[in-house]
Write a protein that binds this ligand. Structure first.
Ligand SMILES: *[C@@H]1O[C@H](CO)[C@@H](O)[C@H](O)[C@H]1NC(C)=O
Ligand SMILES: *[C@@H]1O[C@H](CO)[C@@H](O)[C@H](O)[C@H]1NC(C)=O
Length: 393
């Protein structure tokens, strides 16, 4: 054998070795890092150690959480210096927040991911154990703000599949500053009277899809804040709760708008709102445009279709009493069912910046087996097909 062919063979061997090791999926079982599944021992440090190990892997890595209950305080999973860009967290157990709300109630978030690229979470239950905090809030005592159960900041290529999130102190899931996230087959639940327990809140993000998900909470099922584009929300059951809301927007004068949002095939059951756009009655250069609400069934919903541009609780903080947020190109198509109030369609647009190009097609909402009514201000656009209640556009 010649010297050159020896080198070639060595190079080949290194190449094969490198390739096979990068294809291996290494598994980091949290129990091997000291996590206890008794629901009482604090497993925060073991979970963090498993994360650090998976994150340092140059191969795809899986963190495995076996069946059982794991008590966790607030954790930040930092992805900034991760070598692996394919981390999977497979959960067969339940993650429990401390039942004493003072432990995590002032930390903002319970399970927080920051600057993570390529993370998938499969299965599992996360239980925020929020009931004592809600009771404190409802009693009017002074209590912590509460923590969001699962939060993603400035992260890309996220998949959450088959997760159950229950009884969060505050928001159940937050997507903030993210690009490309797919949430599928989730169950999100908290009692209908639990304060601020929004299901999924999205802001400053692009390319987020929420699919085949059941959400019933004490606040919005899904809320879409400022700076979002290219959202796809499909096959959702919502209720109890406040419905699917774009907003509140327009608190700030300079605010990134919301555009290209599709919400389709949603059943709203007994919710306060169905599909809502809500803006503060304050000056703002924000906007909402290119939104499609399609194929929705309303079952006894208080405000099935609503645009509220005069949001100003207690008439405080709204100097000009008119929203600057420009709403245009909103389509409502194939929306039917029952309203729990007489006014099933309310387009209360801003006198300063009227809504334009609102399209209604095949809408049929009734109230107590009677035709419902519509109430509209400063809304322009067109109706086609059946539109009941009529008279708005
Ligand atoms: C709108 O968003 C969808 C994803 O929700 C995306 O596929 C589509 O390309 C976007 N359209 C525009 C014009 O950006
Ligand atoms: C609207 O729905 C009601 C109740 O389902 C139905 O009786 C009525 O015929 C529908 N109206 C139109 C115009 O389709």
């Amino acid at each position: 054998m010649t010297f050159t062919s020896n080198i070639l063979i060595s190079l080949l061997a290194i190449f094969i070795l490198f390739n096979s090791s990068s294809a291996a999926n290494l598994v980091y079982n949290v129990k091997n890092y000291g996590a206890k599944s008794d629901g009482k021992s604090d497993s925060t440090t073991p979970f963090l150690s498993a994360w650090v190990a998976a994150c340092a892997s140059t191969s795809p890595a899986t963190i495995y959480v076996p069946p059982g209950n794991y008590l966790l305080r607030s954790i930040m999973f930092a992805g900034q210096s991760c070598k692996s860009s394919a981390i999977t967290i497979r959960i067969d157990g339940t993650l429990l927040a401390p039942s004493d709300y003072n432990v995590i109630g002032n930390s903002g978030n319970w399970l927080k991911f920051e600057r993570v690229n390529g993370l998938s979470i499969y299965g599992g239950t996360i239980d925020g154990q929020g009931s004592r905090l809600w009771a404190c809030k409802t009693s009017g005592k002074s209590c912590p703000h509460g923590a969001t159960s699962l939060a993603f900041y400035n992260s890309n290529n996220i998949v959450i599949n088959g997760l159950t999130s229950t009884n969060s102190q505050m928001f159940h899931i937050l997507i903030d500053g993210c690009h490309s996230a797919k949430l599928q087959g989730l169950k999100v639940s908290a009692p209908g009277d639990s304060p601020n327990t929004d299901g999924i809140h999205i802001q400053e993000s692009t390319g987020v899809a929420i699919l085949s998900t059941h959400i019933g909470t004490g606040d919005d099922c899904i809320s879409i804040g400022h700076g979002n584009s290219n959202l796809w929300i499909e096959n959702i059951a919502c209720g109890p709760g406040h419905g699917i809301s774009i907003g509140s927007l327009g608190w700030d004068l300079e605010e990134a708008g919301v555009q290209n949002v599709t919400v389709r095939t949603v059943t709203f059951t007994g919710t306060e709102n169905g599909v809502r756009v809500k803006t503060w009655a304050r000056p703002s250069n924000g906007f909402v445009r290119n939104v499609v609400f399609q194929h929705a069934l309303m079952v006894n919903v208080h405000n099935p279709i609503i645009i509220d541009q005069n949001y100003c609780p207690d008439h405080k903080n709204c100097p000009s009493q008119g929203s600057g947020v420009k709403i245009s190109d909103i389509t409502y198509q194939d929306i039917h069912g029952t309203s729990a109030t007489q006014v099933a369609m309310k387009l209360d647009c801003s006198k300063n910046s009227p809504c334009s190009n609102i399209k209604m097609e095949d809408v049929n909402l009734s109230y107590m087996d009677q035709p419902a009514s519509a109430s509209c201000e400063n809304a322009g656009g067109e109706a086609s097909g059946t539109v009941e209640p009529s008279g708005c556009l």
